[in-house]
Ligand binder design. Structure first.
Ligand SMILES: [Fe+2]
Length: 255
């Protein structure tokens, strides 16, 4: 994958990707910044973009929080490479093109999503902004050697809402497998309670005033190279082996 050789900054380095300002949601601790080990000094001259790089813009592709092959065999390095390096990158590049010269170029990602949701002639801006947000969140929803037992505080909320962690996972599986066509399944915080929801295409729980805790991408590009049409097998494996309950717990604690 080219992500580490492209010179693109990490997720923490684009504040527009991180500030959570959507109506009904107050803070985006949901995407906790990663260590900015390669951040330039504050007074350093900006580096020239590499040859063949996408046009400069306010949004950037986040660096994955794990190695390309770290999620194998549930998600292969090949799938991860295409998904992150091609699909997610395309959303970022298209968003930068769509906002160039518009007031959106100076907005946070979340404000763009809120401002363009349901606006017919802003569909391209909305779709690419929402998909950039969704994917940035999705990468953090997974971790190598994930799954297992959620942290105590989160587990208590899960048991209060669903009865058990297993029942929560079953609802997530149902949401993921009954989403018709492309979309997402989510564990969200809705008021004081946890809930499972699903959204089509680029849509996000953000526009419903819900706080995302974890996401599952059920677009075919997320699994088809590894599982072909077996979406349920992919989702079950993600829930059992990759789900990042600690990330969800961090999101809860920031609520
Ligand atoms: Fe995706």
């Amino acid at each position: 994958m080219s992500k580490n050789s492209s010179g693109e900054p990490g997720i923490d380095q684009d504040r527009r990707n991180l500030v959570f300002a959507t109506a009904g949601v107050t803070a985006l601790a949901c995407i906790a910044p990663a260590p900015a080990t390669d951040a330039p000094a504050a007074n350093a001259a900006p580096a020239a973009p590499p040859a063949g790089a996408a046009p400069a813009g306010p949004f950037s592709l986040p660096t994955l929080p794990y190695a390309d092959g770290a999620l194998d065999p549930v998600i292969s390095a090949n799938t991860l490479g295409f998904h992150h390096g091609k699909h997610h990158r395309a959303y970022v590049d298209n968003l930068n093109k769509a906002v160039a010269g518009t007031p959106y170029a100076d907005m946070t990602l979340e404000k763009i999503i809120a401002a363009t949701y349901g606006v017919a002639d802003k569909l391209a801006v909305y779709n690419n902004a929402a998909q950039h947000w969704n994917h940035s969140f999705y990468w953090r929803s997974l971790r190598p050697q994930g799954g297992g037992v959620p942290p105590a505080a989160l587990r208590g909320k899960i048991e209060a809402a669903f009865g058990s962690v297993a029942a929560c996972q079953k609802e997530l599986l149902t949401a993921a497998t009954t989403q018709f066509g492309s979309g997402w399944a989510w564990l969200v915080q809705d008021g004081d309670k946890l809930a499972v929801t699903k959204t089509g295409n680029a849509d996000s729980p953000l526009v419903k005033g819900q706080r995302p805790l974890l996401a599952i991408d059920v677009w075919e590009h997320a699994y088809y190279l590894d599982y072909q049409n077996r979406r349920a097998d992919h989702v079950n494996a993600v829930l059992d082996k990759l789900y990042n309950w600690g990330f969800a717990a961090d999101n809860l604690s920031a609520a």
